[in-house]
Design a protein around this ligand. Structure first.
Ligand SMILES: C=C(O[C@@H]1C=C(C(=O)O)C=C[C@H]1O)C(=O)O
Length: 356
């Protein structure tokens, strides 16, 4: 066996040497890019360029490696190259171990400075204040719908959306001991409790459910108190040394959460983009119908339509709309101008590459 392996491993060693030489060449060019950007004060992180590189490697991938795996490798290569220019700081809903943190690494790779925050509000504040270069905030979950606090803060702050990222959300029930003996409370973020309610009703109908600030927070509590079980990711469980009672307890096996990358960067077109905006109309018959007419007229598809009460005491609403295309694409630009003319309120949140 050894005789057969030796020449193959020699080939792998030779290839690794080439990969390493090429990586270092790539790194040196990224440093030059960094110098050019510094001269013009241009942004280091360019989501549209990174999206194009990742789409390109999937299109050109000759196999046998899977597209997703090749993209993970290139995501890390770009992350390391970007860090040679500047290590970007990204605020997220902490503590470490949350799905928000996973979304940060999914978008930026691991050569990034994560800044865990106590609340979604704080993520917006840190990003607005420039303490962080970007923030990552949950926007919607495939089972539970919109994250209302994020929608409200999109409206209230000056942050724009520079990117989006979607990750699978798998919940595990975990305790300090790995068993449910003596457990009287299940802690999790309210969204996670909602996403696992059918399973909990079936398997632990009598146990108190307590909403806490985040799933990772629940994991911290469970790591200190054996009468508490946490619902969180297995990553959080590992971080806080919990034993898994039951993995994959979310009611929908395809459960996903979409996150927005917020910041001050107006991302350029990548070729496959989304545009997000908030609109309001006067409270009269046909107003919403008329409002959206420019989309049909210019052939722009709407991928999301969400309403939030305006909270001014009357039955008025803000509409959160996602469109296919970039604000600089001709049909989108035309539709946006007409939408703005028809709307009582109009705020463009940003255009950004469609998440992988
Ligand atoms: C090298 C650049 O800077 C960053 C790193 C990239 C890379 O390593 O490919 C791509 C985009 C930027 O986020 C660039 O802008 O081209």
């Amino acid at each position: 066996m050894t005789d057969k392996l030796t020449p193959l491993r020699e080939q792998i060693d030779a290839i690794d040497a080439q990969i390493l030489a090429l990586l270092s060449q790539r790194g040196r060019i990224a440093q030059e890019v960094g110098h050019v950007k510094a001269e013009t004060d241009a942004p280091v992180f360019r989501p549209e360029r990174e999206a194009q590189v990742l789409r390109g490697v999937a299109e050109r991938n000759p196999g046998p490696l899977k597209n997703g795996d090749v993209q993970t490798i290139f995501r890390e290569v770009m992350s390391a190259c970007r860090a040679l220019e500047k290590r970007v700081t990204v605020a997220y809903l902490g503590p470490p171990g949350t799905f928000s943190e996973q979304a940060v690494y999914q978008q930026f790779g691991s050569a990034v400075e994560g800044l865990p925050c106590a609340s979604i509000d704080e993520v917006f504040r840190a990003t607005e204040a420039g303490t962080a270069d970007f923030g990552v905030v949950p926007v919607e979950n495939s089972s539970e719908g919109a994250i209302n606090r994020t929608l409200d803060l999109m409206l209230a702050t000056t942050c724009v959306i520079s990117g989006e990222v979607s990750i699978p959300v798998h919940h595990s029930l975990m305790t300090k001991t790995g068993s449910m003996d003596g457990v009287t409370v299940v802690c999790a973020h309210s969204q996670a409790l909602a996403q696992c309610q059918v399973w909990l009703n079936l398997h632990h109908p009598g146990i108190e459910r307590r909403a806490v600030a985040s799933n990772a927070e629940a994991a911290v509590i469970a790591s200190r108190d054996p009468s508490v079980a946490a619902i969180a990711s297995e990553m959080a469980g590992e971080q806080y040394q919990l034993g898994v009672v039951q993995a994959h307890i979310q009611d929908d096996p395809h459960n996903r959460t979409r996150f927005a990358v917020i910041g001050t960067l107006n991302t350029n077109p990548s070729g496959r983009d989304h545009t997000s905006l908030v609109l309001a109309v006067p409270n009269k018959a046909g107003a919403v119908y008329n409002l959206l007419a420019p989309l049909a007229k210019h052939g722009v598809s709407m991928t999301r339509f969400e309403s939030r009460p305006a909270r001014i005491g009357t039955w008025e609403y803000y509409f959160y709309v996602d469109l296919e295309g970039h604000r600089q694409d001709e049909p989108v630009a035309r539709a946006l101008t007409e939408l703005q003319d028809n709307a009582a309120f109009f705020k463009l949140l940003g255009s950004y590459p469609v998440g992988l």
